[in-house]
Write a protein that binds this ligand. Structure first.
Ligand code: PLP
Length: 441
């Protein structure tokens, strides 16, 4: 193994790192991982409190998935996407089995979430013959031109003007209501009225689909108040608009069910997935399309395709990951983690004035940091230029051997669904200390 310093220097010399100014970057060099831990080139372990990018739902190095990938690699590493493949049909059948439709469905595979959202809206536009897509502010759907345009935050700005016919709307956010309410039922009512207005102003007959994260992911784990998603579904039905659920982050147990839409009792027309489908062991994403839409392509060309669509290694990893989720009851385990996680994080909020809000569902939580609890002033400006004071929090976590994902004044707590009670104790103890550092700074 080369010296750590050499690796760092060469990484900086040869690799462009996402979402960062490149000068002065000095993150750990990760060389292996097991269970809930990442390990760096110096042998230091980091408890992975965000499952990578909320993706490694099985924890790292699950032997069943690793063996399945290895066995597939021995037998077949690539198969032409236009020909059929045994592993592909196995994963597609398993995914359709998780979807809510009596009528069944079919899967189009991609290499990740951004591609999958773009393909989902292409399918919606083709089948409906309409072109507009509505998506929410404060959403993230990927960083490519199409998915970036769909995203409702500053990761979209560098790619503007992006693709055409995408319109954004405000969705509920109880802690920072765009509708000036303090009551969940009122928030739902006003948010639905706002969406109905947008549909009217954009002309319902020109709108192909509404695309939504059923729980907002990287923009702060915003859980919609009761009735909102059902209201969006009803609005779509009234106007012949398709509902696309972006379950890239929420899928495969994260919220305590196969999909968050299932947890909230809402039936979308297309489910977009990635990340947890293979527990992120091999890149994979896709769109599960209900049969009444998929059948359209029996007599029309499906004008989509990627070299890595249904890649055998991803398919094998997906089949093994879904089987491991089932075998270990991990969707139920995520549901069981919800109450203790909420209680523990609320405990942190009680101890620390900088924690303004604790929110989440299943094993998917966020802490939002404020400089003033009464006014809810964000500790660092949302979509501002830097992480400011939050840098101390992340440095404190890293020093204490914890990795966690965050954005501006929000920290994500989304451990592997396999995390043990002792590991959670360890991580939350470290978080407690890192918040002490933040408040002392
Ligand atoms: N959609 C959501 C909800 C996501 O959270 C992400 C990534 O974090 C994406 C789409 C994009 O997925 P990918 O990074 O695989 O392109």
């Amino acid at each position: 193994m080369p010296l750590v310093e050499d690796l760092v220097a060469k990484h900086a010399r040869y690799v462009l790192t996402p979402w960062a100014e490149q000068g002065g970057l000095r993150p750990p060099v990760i060389v292996r991982a097991f269970g809930s831990y990442l390990e760096d080139a110096a042998g230091k372990r980091y408890l992975d409190l965000s499952s990578g990018l909320v993706a490694v739902n099985l924890g790292h190095g699950d032997a069943r998935v690793v063996a399945a990938i290895a066995a597939q690699a021995q037998r077949l590493c690539f198969s032409p996407p236009g020909w059929f493949n045994d592993a592909r049909v196995e994963l597609a059948e398993a995914l359709v089995g998780l979807a809510p439709w009596q009528e069944g469905g079919r899967v189009f595979f991609t290499a990740g979430g951004a591609e999958a959202n773009e393909d989902a809206i292409k399918i919606a536009r083709t089948v409906t013959g309409r072109s507009k897509i509505l998506s929410a502010y404060r959403s993230f759907h990927g960083s490519t031109f199409g998915s970036g345009t769909l995203s409702g935050e500053n990761r979209r700005w560098p790619i503007e003007p992006g693709i055409g016919d995408v319109v954004h709307f405000f969705a509920p956010f109880p802690y920072r209501s765009p509708f000036h309410t303090t009551d969940d039922a009122e928030e739902t009512r006003r948010a639905l009225a706002h969406l109905e207005d947008i549909v009217a102003y954009e002309d319902a007959e020109r709108i192909a689909a509404i695309l939504i994260e059923p729980v907002v992911g990287s923009n702060g784990v915003v859980v919609y108040p009761a009735g909102y998603l059902a209201g969006v579904r009803a609005l779509c039905d009234r106007h012949g608009i398709l509902l696309i659920a972006d379950e890239v982050m929420t899928g495969f147990g994260r919220t305590g069910a196969a999909f968050a839409t299932e947890r909230y009792g809402v039936v979308p027309d297309i489910i977009v997935f990635a990340k947890g489908v293979t527990s992120a062991y091999v890149p994979c994403g896709g769109a599960i399309v209900r049969e009444s839409l998929a059948g359209y392509f029996d007599e029309h060309v499906l004008a989509l395709g990627h070299t890595y669509s249904g890649h055998p290694l991803a398919m094998a990893a997906g089949v093994a990951a879904l089987s491991a989720y089932r075998q270990d009851g991990l969707f139920a385990r995520a549901a069981a983690l919800e109450a203790p996680l909420r209680a523990r994080l609320e405990g942190l909020r009680e101890r620390h004035v900088s924690v303004g809000d604790v929110r989440g569902v299943g094993a998917f939580f966020a802490l939002e940091f404020v400089s003033d609890r009464a006014t809810r002033t964000p500790l660092v400006p949302w979509q501002g230029k830097s992480l400011g004071a939050m840098t101390t929090l992340f440095a404190g976590l890293r020093a204490r051997g914890v990795y966690a994902m965050g954005r501006y004044n929000v920290l994500h707590v989304a451990p592997p669904l396999t995390v043990s009670d002792d590991e959670l104790d360890e991580a939350l103890h470290a978080l407690d200390g890192a918040i002490d550092d933040l408040e002392a700074a």
